[in-house]
Design a protein around this ligand. Structure first.
Ligand code: KG4
Ligand code: ZN
Length: 363
């Protein structure tokens, strides 16, 4: 089954063609994040306008990359994209939420129109759970699996860490998913972004802090990183809290006359990573799943991948740890198409609406 995935929940406009939920035939992403870097954060109206501008060219490019000739950039050939969709695609998957309403509407209305026009199946996808399906993409240089590494099995614990969400999920099967815990305030990605701003680093802050932290760690090996607190790390639940970290960083900067930016980045990263890893390992020890899935934009973070990978190997050796290739961790449409293949939950184009506040309960 060939699925065209469409993702427009925030500042990325993405399309992908994925076969049987696991093989990428093409994947294209346009981003307006450069514009947001200038303002230090996303302006929803600007993001939505860029979605409108990019959506059709991105879908055309993606179709022609998957099914067109090597000369797919030729503008005359772009006119054939519509026929290409009609001939080759079985279903269209689209993120319906959560996300920014203006951005979501662009993807949802485009998917509905294409579905109606070409009599295709429409599969709405929840963005939070879809991130986990980055680990189902295989046999591709861009994929998470090399060779015949097996696909994740259920039940699985999924730590999903993105710009807007931080949750621990128990996935019993593709359509039976429970929330074990969530952030009580800021999401982990949001904490990275807000603290980066305090430190004078551009948006998105996660990769910036991570780069500075890695520089520090490459020189200061085995150094203790405990400058900032890890709120809720000992609490008797699976919840997280990251907004206090922002205040701690502010207070520290106010008190100090000068500071080493790379060291502070490493300290911030460690505090976030430790909280995430501790609660995830605890959930695995208590609930004994078969797989552990790490997903969401923050899963591109090298330190988080390493620490969770190491602790899972030592403390929960029977549980298989899966994390997508970093290029599939941040927003793209391959995992939207993959999730749609496995969920198989189609909808009529007449009934689908964008839902900015969608939760796992809306599955
Ligand atoms: O999943 P995603 O691409 O978009 C949302 O669904 O929100 O996640 C974006 C978030 C941003 O907060 C960004 O700063 C963070 O992921 N991020 C990272 C890294 N790469 C992206 N955070 C830490 N380290 C990274 N390497
Ligand atoms: Zn995301």
């Amino acid at each position: 089954m060939i699925i065209l995935g469409i993702e427009t929940s925030c500042d990325e406009t993405a399309a992908a063609i994925v076969e049987n939920g696991t093989k990428i035939l093409s994947s294209c992403v346009a981003s307006s994040s450069d514009l947001h870097a200038k303002t230090g954060g996303i302006i929803p109206e600007v993001a939505a306008r860029k979605q409108v501008e990019y959506i059709i060219p991105i879908i055309q490019e993606c179709l022609l990359k998957a099914f067109g000739t090597p000369d797919h950039n030729n503008p005359i050939l772009k006119a054939t994209a519509t026929k290409t969709l009609s001939d080759n695609v079985d279903a269209i998957a689209v993120t319906y939420g959560p996300g920014l309403i203006g951005s979501l509407l662009v993807g949802v209305e485009t998917a509905k129109t294409l579905t109606y026009r070409h009599s295709k199946t429409l599969i709405p996808v929840n963005h939070i759970i879809a991130h986990a399906y980055g680990s189902f993409i295989k046999n591709n240089k861009k994929g998470s699996h090399k060779g015949d590494t097996p696909l994740p099995l259920f039940p699985a614990i999924n730590l999903v860490v993105s710009g807007g969400h931080t949750q621990l999920l128990l996935i019993k099967n593709h359509n039976d998913i429970k929330v074990l815990g969530s952030t009580r305030d800021d999401a982990a990605g949001e904490a990275f972004d807000k603290i980066a701003r305090i430190l004078g680093l551009p948006y998105p802050g996660g990769p910036e802090i991570s780069e500075k932290a890695e520089k520090y760690l490459s020189v200061a090996k085995n150094v203790k990183l405990d400058l900032f607190p890890r709120p809720m790390i000992e609490s008797d639940d699976y919840d997280f809290s990251f907004s206090g970290l922002k205040t701690s960083v502010k207070n520290y900067l106010n008190k100090s006359s000068g500071f080493d930016l790379n060291k502070i980045a490493a300290e911030v990263q460690e505090a976030i990573v430790d909280s995430l890893v501790e609660k995830t390992i605890k959930a695995c020890v208590n609930l004994k799943p078969v797989s552990l899935l790490l997903s969401g934009g923050v899963s591109a973070n090298e330190r988080l991948r390493k620490k969770l990978g190491y602790r899972s190997k030592v403390e929960i050796p029977d549980i298989v740890f899966h994390v997508p290739n970093p290029s599939l961790s941040t927003d793209n449409a391959t995992f939207i198409a993959s999730r749609a293949f496995f969920s198989k939950k189609s909808s009529s184009w007449k009934e689908l609406d964008a839902k900015p506040d969608a939760t796992i309960l809306d599955l």
